[in-house]
Design a protein around this ligand. Structure first.
Ligand code: NAD
Length: 345
């Protein structure tokens, strides 16, 4: 379906990525073309493909493109091991100050371990132990006898992520935000987050309920009774761990999308990596990247399109029973793509 003048395509950067990235990106572009071309893609190379050409996994052309469009869909990027490269994903977050990582998890496949999961994790994306202030202390000829790492959380960063989570809850009809911390032990580092987030919560009194959990208890309760949670907001490392746990509640990494939101740009991606073990085999599940595209379509306000896309995905999984290997089925990436295209048609 071609875009109309009432619904023009929004310029956006597409980074196909490494490993299974090109296969799942092709699938997503094909499906979105049928949906009505919500985006006019500027395709840019990143990751290993870019290293081979320019020596840098994040070439200037890619960064310039995102500076222009302020919007990107990113396939998984392999972080080269050794060679002094920092994680491409962390560099992108820092470059565009993508302070909020949003990972919604919803049950799409009935008959799994948990039914009716519908929760959202909001992770602070720029601070905490991820700042990577680390060093070793040599002792007795062992150059790395002691490892030291410092985390940084700021009041401003904590306020910004808490406000984002509460605003997200209001805009998306959510009822409760749970603040997750470890302020009983990391009294300064996560205490500042808890204290500031509680201040923010007061501004939403009567609209959004608030509660709090220590991270280890939260991890256990997510397994025992995930339905008690609605929106969870937490610091960087805890968010990293809990979001993979939450992906596990709804069928694993092949079903988990993520949004990285900043003041100047937003980058949408699958939570999974480049899956080198299955790259090139045509069996990767394209749904995580497709669900990330659905978040991106909502982000630009094309809610009808996002609803149609989600409905087609639901029908493909529930009614047609089309599933890739990671979901216990036999469908290839192409089978899944065609089934969704058929539902949209
Ligand atoms: P991975 O997520 O790539 O793979 C873990 C397992 O999940 C593998 O068995 C893989 O086959 C399977 N899997 C992942 N996505 C799948 C899909 N769509 N369909 C079917 N199966 C799928 O994790 P990894 O192996 O630890 O990492 C590989 C590379 O990806 C590393 O270089 C890592 O740095 C990078 N990585 C990138 C991102 C990102 O770009 N956001 C995220 C995580 C890892």
């Amino acid at each position: 379906m071609a875009p109309s003048s009432a619904h023009p395509s929004v310029p956006a950067t597409l980074i196909p990525g490494d490993g299974i990235g090109p296969e799942i990106s092709t699938a997503v572009v094909e499906i979105l073309d049928v949906l009505g071309r919500p985006f006019a893609w500027e395709t840019q190379e990143g990751g290993m493909a870019a290293v081979q050409k320019s020596g840098d996994p994040l070439p200037a052309a890619l960064l310039d493109s995102i500076r222009r469009t302020k919007l990107a869909l990113k396939g998984p990027l392999t972080t080269p091991v050794g060679g002094g490269f920092r994680s491409v994903n962390v560099r992108l977050r820092e470059e565009f100050k993508l302070y909020a990582n949003v990972r919604p998890a919803r049950t799409l496949i009935p008959g799994g371990r948990y039914e009716d999961i519908d929760l959202v994790l909001v992770r602070e994306n720029l601070e905490g132990l991820y700042v990577g202030f680390e060093h070793y202390i040599p002792i007795d000829g062992d150059p790395s006898a002691v490892a030291i790492s410092s985390g940084i959380n700021t009041r401003a960063g904590s306020r910004r992520i808490a406000e984002f989570a509460f605003d997200y809850a209001v805009k998306n009809g959510r009822k409760k935000v749970t603040l997750v911390h470890k302020a009983n032990v990391l009294k300064a580092l996560t205490g500042i987050f808890l204290e500031t987030a509680k201040e923010v919560a007061r501004k939403y009194e009567g609209r959004i309920a608030v509660d709090e959990r220590i991270v280890d208890a939260c991890a256990m309760q997510l397994v025992l009774n995930p339905w008690q949670f609605d929106v969870i907001v937490t610091t960087n490392l805890f968010g990293d761990i809990l979001s993979d746990e939450i992906a596990g509640l709804v069928g694993g990494l092949g079903m988990a999308p993520g949004a990285n939101i900043g003041e100047g740009a937003a980058i949408f991606e699958a939570v999974h990596g480049s899956a080198p073990d299955i790259a090139g085999k045509g069996i990767a599940n394209p749904l995580a990247l497709l669900l990330a595209a659905a978040l991106m379509i909502e982000h630009v306000g094309k809610h009808d399109m996002a609803r149609r896309l989600r409905k087609a995905i639901d029908q493909t999984l529930r009614d047609d029973g089309v599933r890739t290997g990671d979901l216990g089925g036999k469908a290839t990436t192409k089978d899944m793509t065609q089934a969704i295209v058929h539902r949209l048609g």
